[in-house]
Design a binder for this molecule. Structure first.
Ligand code: NAD
Ligand code: GDD
Length: 329
């Protein structure tokens, strides 16, 4: 059904923003504004029937252009990546505070109806993530605060910025804490890729080059839960359009070790590889997954795509990208 509310997606040249624009189009939204700082030819998904703007959203004037006349603003713009990026670029990660701060200010002044902010599981207290096998993280585990250095502090601060804009100025902010999101049209090489895409790339290259070896960061016993992109987009829109105002987990509850993730991709690819463990590589927390009690209570929903199914689609896409030579490797 057609919907003529103007929706502004910030970070639309990236993974989740691109998938959100694609979904809004398929749902019949006729006025979509897609904003990113990257040149248009570098956007992961680009649609010529929406308004595409190249803007650096760290600046306030750019944010004013991005949100002008918008009914809803989704802030998915951030300088981020997997552990390989965030462990070595803490100042760059923290500078994303300018994006959310200026977007909140501009949205308030423009009378935006709803404002979504993409926070992260990296806000959770590190002491609760010190073992490989730890209880899943509940929303209350963000305090007392001991988030991931750099990136996690920026996310926690920006969550609170959203809260205070809501309480003091009436801007209807909604905050999701995403747990590691994967799927087609995401970053899969270059240093910002996360474990699911990195493992797909490494296994695909081992297969293509007939070199049955893989290197894995850490001991492979680290645990995570990985959310498929369609679940992420569904949950994001559901939360944004709801009356629920507190930060909430949007993540999968299916916890696996990195070794189990590699098992899955080997099985999909039909290969068995010799594993080398890089113990000095960036590792992040030892264990992390999403407790979905709250999202089940509030929305009677949680991300449900099985990891095996999502990885099958992701592996096929990355394999094709390599074969098509879309990145030099
Ligand atoms: P992504 O890197 O693919 O997309 C982010 C986009 O933001 C990029 O296209 C980038 O060019 C753009 N951007 C960065 N700085 C900008 C600026 N100054 N002005 C305009 N655009 C700018 O990342 P993603 O995976 O799509 O993540 C989207 C959001 O979700 C981010 O806030 C991220 O921190 C958050 N998040 C993602 C995950 C995940 O696993 N993907 C997990 C937790 C939180
Ligand atoms: N990236 C990557 N590449 N990670 C690997 C690799 C590899 O080749 N091999 C093993 N790993 C291990 C890492 O050492 C880490 O222990 C685990 O896989 C997960 O790494 P990432 O996927 O890079 O990040 P993360 O789960 O620690 O954190 C990510 O998710 C957060 C949300 O849950 C990051 O992308 C954060 O930015 C994000 O907010």
């Amino acid at each position: 059904m057609a919907n003529d509310q103007l929706i502004s997606v910030c970070g639309a040249g990236g993974f989740i923003g691109g998938a959100l624009v694609a979904n809004l189009r398929s749902e019949g939204y006729t006025r979509i504004r897609a904003v990113d700082q990257k040149p248009l030819d570098q956007w992961y998904q680009r649609f010529d029937d929406v308004e595409n703007l190249v803007l650096d959203l760290q600046g306030k004037e750019a944010c004013e252009k991005a949100v002008k006349d918008a009914h809803t603003v989704y802030n998915l713009a951030a300088d981020m990546g997997g552990m390989g990026f965030i462990e070595n670029n803490k100042a760059l990660c923290m500078l994303s505070v300018l994006i959310n701060t200026h977007l909140c200010m501009a949205a308030k002044d423009a009378g935006v109806e709803r404002f979504f902010y993409a926070s992260s599981a990296c806000v959770y207290n590190g002491d609760k993530q010190k073992e490989f096998q730890v209880p899943a993280l509940k929303e209350e585990d963000a305090y007392p605060a001991l988030p991931e250095d750099g990136y996690g502090w920026e996310k926690l601060f920006s969550e609170r910025m959203c809260r205070h804009f809501r309480e003091d100025f009436g801007l209807k902010t909604r905050v999701a804490r995403y747990h590691n999101v994967y799927g087609p049209y995401g970053t899969w090489d270059g240093g910002r890729e996360k474990a699911p895409a990195a493992v797909c790339r490494k296994v695909a290259l081992a297969k293509i080059n007939n070199r049955p070896e893989i290197d894995i960061w850490g001991t492979g016993e680290q645990t995570r839960s990985f959310m498929y992109i369609t679940d992420c987009v569904y949950g994001t829109q559901m939360l944004t359009n709801s009356d629920y105002v507190e930060p909430i987990n949007i993540g999968s509850a299916e916890m696996v070790s990195i070794n189990q993730l590699v098992d899955i991709v080997e099985e999909i690819a039909g290969v068995k590889l010799h594993r080398t463990y890089q113990l000095d590589a960036p590792k992040g927390v030892a264990g992390r997954s999403s407790d979905n009690t709250l999202i089940q209570q509030v929305f009677n929903w949680e991300p449900s795509t099985r990891l095996r199914d999502g990885m099958e689609m992701t592996y096929a896409w990355i394999y094709d990208e390599i074969v098509k030579g879309n990145k030099s490797l």
